[in-house]
Design a protein around this ligand. Structure first.
Ligand code: TA6
Length: 297
């Protein structure tokens, strides 16, 4: 594998041509290519200079998902917390082989990124005064991208958090997309005043703004099909919830950094996380959660 760290980005590729790009700001995956195809959508107007979270890619949501509840310890943080809005440190890379006969570990490469209390902005540290350490690992393999967040409570006081990988997947045409694997699951529908509903149909189609939090999902895979063909599989690891979001026309118009405005037809967010309630870590305890994505073609 080849790894280059330059201009605030880390780019890695395999001899197979698979590649991944991670912006140190927010440890935001900006690109994941397999079979010469881009799997991640980024807005043409996305800010990449750290002035605001990236519109697109895989924004890392921690320690709160959505607008944090005012009466909670995360209440003074911005929407989706500080992780996607912080400058992370690149900790290095390691490559491995998957046991097959192959030259020096060309089958996968793992990039590690770190964020701790010391690297946090004064503002965030004041808003959320807990000692923590995050290590975010991004692993590229043939047709595969995995990201895993390790959360450590480095202090004495316990703290609660939510986490989510806010992945903007690139698809050809939203009208030809279905999202499978969420059948007979309970979801909170943000479009219906956050009321709770049962997902009866095993397949979800997107004909308008969709903003749903599927929770405590039994089986671990959420799949995106394009024209009825499996396109991307997303497996939750250590996480029990999946959010499905598409801003559609009006919301796309309302986001200054969402370009082109027709871009809602080319993306769908399937976001795996632990966002229903809070994870609690006692001093010294740690938590791991992430996703394993496979590009089916
Ligand atoms: O993941 C869905 C969601 O929570 C939507 O409600 C919408 O707010 C989206 O995230 C984008 O949030 P952002 O803060 O990135 O504009």
């Amino acid at each position: 594998p080849s790894v280059h760290a330059e201009q605030g980005k880390v780019v890695a590729s395999l001899p197979t041509g698979d590649s991944v790009e991670v912006l140190l700001f927010g440890a935001t995956v900006l690109s994941w290519k397999s079979n010469g195809r881009e799997n991640i959508w980024v807005s043409d107007a996305a800010k990449l200079d750290g002035s605001k979270p990236v519109r697109g890619g895989v924004p890392l949501v921690f320690p709160a998902f959505g607008p944090p509840p005012k009466d909670h310890a995360t209440g003074k943080l911005p929407q989706h917390g500080f992780a996607r809005n912080s400058h992370w440190e690149y900790l290095g890379s390691s490559s491995s082989e998957s046991g097959k006969l192959s030259s020096g570990g060309d089958d996968s490469v793992k990039l590690d990124f770190g964020l701790g209390t010391a690297e946090l902005s004064e503002e965030a540290r004041t808003a959320w005064p807990f000692d923590f350490s995050l290590v975010y690992s991004v692993t590229l393999a043939k047709d595969g991208l995995s990201t895993m967040l390790n959360v450590q409570n480095k202090g004495e006081k316990s703290f609660e958090f939510q986490m989510l990988l806010h992945t903007y997947f690139k698809i050809d045409d939203i009208s030809k997309v279905a999202i499978n694997g969420l059948g007979s699951t309970t979801y909170i529908d943000k479009m219906l005043n956050a009321t709770e509903h049962q997902q009866t149909d095993p397949s979800i189609r997107i004909h308008g703004e969709v903003d749903r939090v599927y929770k405590s999902i039994k089986q671990d895979t959420t799949s995106i099909t394009q024209d009825g063909k499996p396109r991307l599989d997303i497996v939750r690891e250590g996480l029990s919830d999946s959010v499905v979001w598409n801003p559609w026309i009006e919301k796309a118009k309302g986001m200054g950094d969402f370009e082109p405005k027709e871009g809602y037809k080319k993306m769908v967010c399937v976001e795996v996380g632990a966002v229903d309630g809070w994870q609690k870590l006692e001093g010294g305890e740690s938590f791991e959660g992430g996703m394993r994505c496979t590009a089916r073609y």
